[in-house]
Design a binder for this molecule. Structure first.
Ligand code: TMP
Length: 205
């Protein structure tokens, strides 16, 4: 059985991951879609905990470990079995977000080694084949988030400086998550969508 392909969609707040994820589901219905944090019953509980205002101010190490715990369950329960049975998987976020948000956003460079050592234990060989990074400025991202009906999460509410650091981390480390594709997501939606769809198509061929 040939292993399936593993593609990750990454980007800051308001970069279009969810919009394009929904479109990809319609265009490629045979792919297994998931989200990180989340994607499993335990992962969704961890996600709720991490997004809630009551979690504000937790130790950055604990925050990172919670994201890693959710990811460990996601790999074991969903990603690994799907890839091993030959199915292709697309995840809305994955490990690059931990580096960008917990290491760069939180300005905790020493957490990179914790990230790397725990990831080596939990990924079970499930490293992405490609990472599509939807790049937007923090200003554009914030404007898009504020235009949404959903209540902002505690990450949405972080400062523009925080999101600028996240963007720096995403761009610096995208090459560590399979073949990198950086898309300028400031461009008109249909143009970005065409790029995303063509990239996914080319990876699956
Ligand atoms: P989203 O999936 O709706 O974009 O929200 C998830 C939020 O969690 C987003 O603000 C980024 C953040 N996050 C981290 O801080 N670390 C991580 O490892 C992951 C996967 C997400």
């Amino acid at each position: 059985m040939t292993r399936g392909k593993f593609i990750v969609l990454e980007g800051g707040e308001g970069s279009g991951k969810t919009t394009f994820g929904e479109r990809l589901k319609l265009e490629f219905p045979e792919i297994v879609y998931t989200q990180d944090p989340g994607g499993t019953p335990l992962g969704e509980k961890i996600r709720d905990l991490l997004m809630a205002d009551e979690t504000a101010g937790i130790d950055a190490r604990v925050e990172l470990l919670l994201f890693l715990a959710g990811r460990a369950q996601l790999v074991t329960e969903i990603i690994k079995p799907a890839l091993e049975s030959g199915k292709n998987v697309i995840s809305n976020r994955f490990g690059l977000s931990s580096i960008a948000y917990q290491v760069y956003g939180r300005e905790r460079p020493e957490l990179l080694s914790l990230y790397s050592s725990v990831s080596a234990e939990i990924l079970q060989g499930c490293v992405p084949d490609a990472c599509i990074l939807l790049d937007v400025t923090p200003e554009t991202g914030a404007a898009r988030v504020h235009a949404r009906p959903e209540t902002p999460t505690r990450f949405d509410k972080e400062s523009l400086d925080f999101h600028a650091r996240v963007r720096e981390g995403l761009k610096k480390h995208v090459g560590e998550f399979g073949k990198p594709f950086i898309i300028d997501s400031e461009k008109p939606l249909e143009e970005v969508w065409t790029e995303v769809r063509n990239i996914v198509q080319s990876i699956l061929q």
